[in-house]
Write a protein that binds this ligand. Sequence first.
Ligand code: AGP
Length: 608
Amino acid sequence: MCGIVCYVGEKEAKAIVLEGLKRLEYRGYDSAGIAVQNGSEIVCLRAVGKISELERKIGERVIKGNSAIAHTRWATHGEPTERNAHPHTDESENVFVIHNGIIENFFAIKKNLEKRGIVFKSETDTEVLAHLIALNFEDSLGEAVRKTMSQVEGTFGIAVIHRHVPGEIVVARRGSPLIIGIGEDGHFAASDVSAMVRYTNKVVHLNDNELAVLTAKGFSISTAQAKTVTRETETVEWQPEDVELGGFPHFMLKEIYEQPETILNAMRGRLEPGEGVPKLGGIMPVWDHLKECRHIEIVACGTSYHAGCVGRYVFERLTEIDVQVEIASEFRYRKLNFPSNTYIIAISQSGETADTLAAIREARRKGARLLGIVNVVGSSISRETDAGVYNHAGPEIGVASTKIFVSQLTILTLLALLLGRHQKLSLTEGVEAIKSLSELPEKVKKTLSQDNHIQAVAEKYYPCSNWLFLGRKYQYPIALEGALKLKEISYIHAEGYAAGEMKHGPIALINPEMPTVAIVPQDSMYEKMISNIQEIKSRRGPVIAIATEGDDRVRQLADEVIEVPPTLEYLYPILTVVPCQLLAYHCARFLSRDIDKPRNLAKSVTVE
Ligand code: AGP
């Protein structure tokens, strides 16, 4: 996804926005650019490739100015080239604009402007914004942007400066997140808070169809209809070190090792051990209605979808509620016919995933009530749901989601436990559940202690071009997640499959060159998984088993065994996913992949 960073204040702006841009690298991009304003002078530089290329271009140039906008581009219209990189300008180079999103009617606008003699310099949709703002500009940049908002369709998060309006940055959003940061020496705007967390943790979220005018001294927010908006300042919990590597070679590994703390953060202040009942303050606004709910639909994408798939089994184990899970991009096209009193649970780390946002908006139209399980406070999904539970996991910088998945499973379990204890779950079962949840951080640490062994397994099998991941019931979604992790950061082809489906086709694939990761903890599916392992071994397929510690039977059968401590059946996924994450990580390292920023991927997919 594109990244936007802006600053206007008392300090020199160039270094601040370049630093902020680096914090957004994890979002994925292919070019970058910056525009620094000093009075009526604006210096604009753009480069293809990494931010280091842009810095190389800047070189030793002294670029003065207290106001700047900077951008990382993830190409949607036009190749990743310098002329397509942002900022884009009008013909007279008075207006400089950076943009995240897609202008859906840009082609018609472009044709119309070309008829008026305007010559375009790029293939991008964004450039139409620069020309329209210039045409709309009389004496107020804010009004010119407001008028332009009414002329374009599609999604945008934009930042604009004008040669003749020094010391002012106008930002606006529709469908692409933008956050205002309130610093001691000036004001920021960015696509997400990690770009500014070194300078401030005081933020204000912009809503769709709103714009803000930022100056060194302050900011004002108004709607597309010019109605003034006042909005509470929020304090984010993230600290600067959260966006630092902290001695790890990659953010992904740091975040895998953060998981014990992540589970603690997900449960902090939310357990009533004596009563066997969690406390989830975020859903109390709808609790009287939610506790009567008997139908839930979970919608999410990618790893968050896999968390929802585990959640479905957990809800069925702990509650009397019927739970369905649907990929968000499919959900919105279904003929939605909810039973009354249906809740939709949207799971999203970023809270900005376009498919998930579109799904809950469609569900809202059909009368469903909405809950969110979201990590980013104040994100669009968190603000468009009726209630929800925050992960409190801090920023997840690695594109491949790891700690958030474990946090999502923890929160789904807490939610199911809370509902279950208001249905048929006994005090004893509730107390046992909370005790077992509280033991998980130490059990994850114990699993992490096998990292060297897991690295050795990865070293043996990373040259294999195809992998299979198998699991049953609670472990089937872990097979899907393990395959996704391996695919997305090592680029090795991998399939996650319900182990029971092996005999219906995939068993034809088994061969000595294709490792199968069999997720076989000592749970209710154990014997059937043992049979699957035997089927694979009898066809000379190598088996990497993820098993309960001390399982000699698996040790005799499998080629490799990675152990996890014992726990309750419905909590095993929080442990068995960790070896999958580390296998993927080490394979990617041996293949020298760009682990935190895998090719073609973005951390938050805010386009459909
Ligand atoms: C997972 O490793 C990927 N980064 C991706 O599948 C991600 O889970 C998906 O895009 C959903 O993102 P969200 O949780 O921010 O909605």
